[in-house]
Design a protein around this ligand. Structure first.
Ligand code: PEP
Ligand code: MN
Length: 329
């Protein structure tokens, strides 16, 4: 956005007025006519969303113009999302933990009990699993959703679980407090529309090769089709080095949290693929401005049907949470 000043206006006063409205301001000067150079202020992306009419009413401003955002609903979203009475993004980090996949009713019931005792707010677990190989475990489907809901309800936890395809959306939205759109589906626009129409808040994972702008536009799809709120989730983009499963982009997290003022959480489990790196990157995520962390947790990672190497044991999670909540080094 570009703010043009009237000739002779007090540029410093206008700059201050813009800054107090949360605008990131860069001065620019264009060659003018007889009255000398025309002063413009360029408003940087990531400034607090504001009605241009309000800016045009500042004393000394001649006009406000410039490219309008491609994602106005995301720009107006704000930093918090209400998920069944819990405000994610209000400054206190939230935790979303559980196994990669819901494997059996006993498994999810036992892990929910451990997690709720640790004060974990969200129980995660995939009923429908997006697997690279068609021969790998695909998830237990609809019955896993029932087990997940029952296990969460037994402890007053919220459920976050993935809708893998359009056909699953209504069933998943009946069960989930927060509907997850997985990385591989971030640009599945038909799915985004269907998930938006379901009317639940959404956890939108970043696709592994998506730019931030593409990620925000996927959020725009959800909001414009009816989602009441979107929590963005950074889970690593594809890097060049196979030492870690993905390359966790904490720069993007800081950008969303501080410049765009959006709720963003981080998944260091998929971000690294290694349980020993989950805690250090979870700490870094919160330092970068994340509103919460998603951590895969399994009571027997060696026997997990998916993603065992990145899962923490409940005991390891307990130690990690003590650190992340500020009670340990
Ligand atoms: C998951 O969280 O279960 C998952 C499959 O993650 P991602 O979409 O980030 O790979
Ligand atoms: Mn997983």
């Amino acid at each position: 956005m570009i703010v043009t000043l009237r000739p002779g206006a007090d540029a410093d006063a206008v700059r201050r007025a813009l800054v107090t409205r949360g605008q990131w301001v860069t001065p620019a000067r264009a060659a003018g006519g007889a009255e000398g150079a025309v002063v413009h202020f360029v408003i940087a992306p990531g400034s607090v969303p504001v009605d241009p009419v309000e800016l045009s009413q500042i004393e000394g401003v001649a006009g406000v113009a410039g490219p309008t955002s491609a994602h106005p609903r995301v720009d107006a979203h704000g930093p918090t999302v209400d998920v069944r009475g819990l405000r994610v993004g209000d400054g206190r980090p939230v935790f979303m933990c559980g196994p990669c996949a819901v494997e059996s009713e006993e498994q999810i019931r036992a892990i929910a009990a451990r997690l709720s005792a640790l004060g974990v707010e969200f129980l995660r677990g995939g009923a429908y699993k997006p697997r690279t190989s068609p021969y790998a475990f695909q998830g237990r489907g609809g019955e896993a959703l029932t087990w997940l809901r029952r296990a969460a309800d037994a402890h007053g936890m919220r459920v976050v679980t993935e809708a893998l395809g359009e056909a699953d959306v209504s069933l998943v939205a009946e069960v989930a407090d927060l509907v997850q759109v997985g990385s591989r589906n971030m640009q599945n626009y038909a799915l985004l529309k269907a998930v938006g129409r379901a009317g639940r808040p959404v956890l939108l994972k970043r696709a592994m090769s998506a730019t931030v702008e593409e990620w925000l536009l996927a959020g725009e799809y959800l909001l414009t089709h009816g989602a009441p709120g979107v929590i963005f989730c950074e889970r690593g983009v594809r890097g060049f080095d196979p030492e870690t499963r993905n390359l966790l982009d904490l720069g993007a997290v800081a950008l969303l949290a501080h410049a765009c003022r959006l709720p963003v959480v981080v998944d260091p489990s998929h971000g690294t693929g290694r349980r020993d790196l989950v805690l250090p990157l979870a700490r870094a995520a919160l330092a970068a401005g994340a509103a919460g962390v998603m951590i895969e947790t399994h009571d027997n990672p060696g026997a997990a049907l998916s993603d065992g190497p990145q899962a923490l044991l409940p005991e390891q999670l307990r130690e990690a949470l003590a650190v992340l909540r500020g009670g340990g080094a």
